[in-house]
Design a protein around this ligand. Sequence first.
Ligand code: PLP
Length: 420
Amino acid sequence: MTTIAAVPDLFVPQVLGEHLPVRLPDGREVGYANLDYAATAPCLATVAAAVNDLLPWYAGVHRGVGEASHRCTRAYEQARATVGDFVGARPDDEVVFTRNTTDALNLLARALPPGTVTVLWDGEHHANLLPWGRTLRLPAPASAEEAPAQLAAALARLSDPALVTVTGASNVTGEVWPVAELAAVAHRHGARIALDAAQLAAHRPISLRESTVDYVALSGHKMYAPFGCGVLIGRSDWLDEAPPYLAGGGATAAVSEHGRRVRWHTGPARHEAGTPNLLGAVALAAACTELAGADRAALDRREQALVDRLRSGLSRLPGVAELRQFTAGHDRVGIVSFAVTGVAGGDVSAHLAGRYGIGVRDGLFCAHPLVHRLLDEASARLERPLGDTAVRASIGLGTTTEHVDRLLTGLADLTPARRP
Ligand code: PLP
């Protein structure tokens, strides 16, 4: 079994709740094994500290004149700059705070110039599958390497303006998509490209400048900053020309008597009407600062060792099938979904929680078309029927070898060789 690569002096940023006690139904107490980072990640200690430091000064952003309001306005605008830097934004990109990735992608969908067709693959998360108007859905490519050629062929046939949208890393399989190559193809055909980085951002560095991606959306709560903030970052022209995402105070430059004529701001304010989520933005920025300052290559090596250990353990359990779209060796972040022959996903996760104090996710992970297809394909590989829901284990900064081993031990109870 793979051991965690020894990375001497590796500083792993600390998350809160690493040693939470869980009382099991049989009376035993165990430390909680959180293997559900892909759903929502625990809070970084530095994020909690940044929020706590600002709380005594908490006041209106962009609206007050006292010292507290000045500080909060500075903190909010500094957060905007920090988050932009974290994703390698270009100087003229806009950074619009939203509630989460879903909100950010819905905002972009509303800002598309009339007549734009959105081109995407069938397996996207519902947040990147459903908000768009006219869409051209491409069938799943047989391999990630095939995706750029497939996109080129589709865009060559399309005469309308297009936005390509793609996930950076699948929330079902953790598999990483060839984003920079897809961006090059999109631009060659006069299209733009958006990156759903909800899963990628916590695991890998992102650079809009280097990848030439036009827009990126991400969520603070998946990046160790659980204070209800997300962001859409990218080209300003479409955003400045679109109707405001929310109509209300803060988005308006001037409103005539009786509100009949309204002049809307351009820039991020246009889409951020209402009192902004200051603490969320500050939390997200603090997470960006912490991650950007960490040795991300070393953290990735640590994560890969944990993923390898998990996957090789799963492959040795009879009746357990991993879900994947691409080849078994394809690059992936710390997300692994699987199914157990003859046991529904919900029963697997209940067993892991009740007997082992483990938190995983079961179901179809808001990617129903993809999970249905991958379950069918995994059943065919295993030559045994699998249930119609899966289980997902996902890894983050607080994950240990012991958590992974405990999961594998818990699953061994359920596999056909062990069941009576
Ligand atoms: N995109 C992907 C790939 C996701 O995994 C998720 C959430 O799991 C989303 C989008 C939506 O994120 P949120 O729920 O934070 O809006």
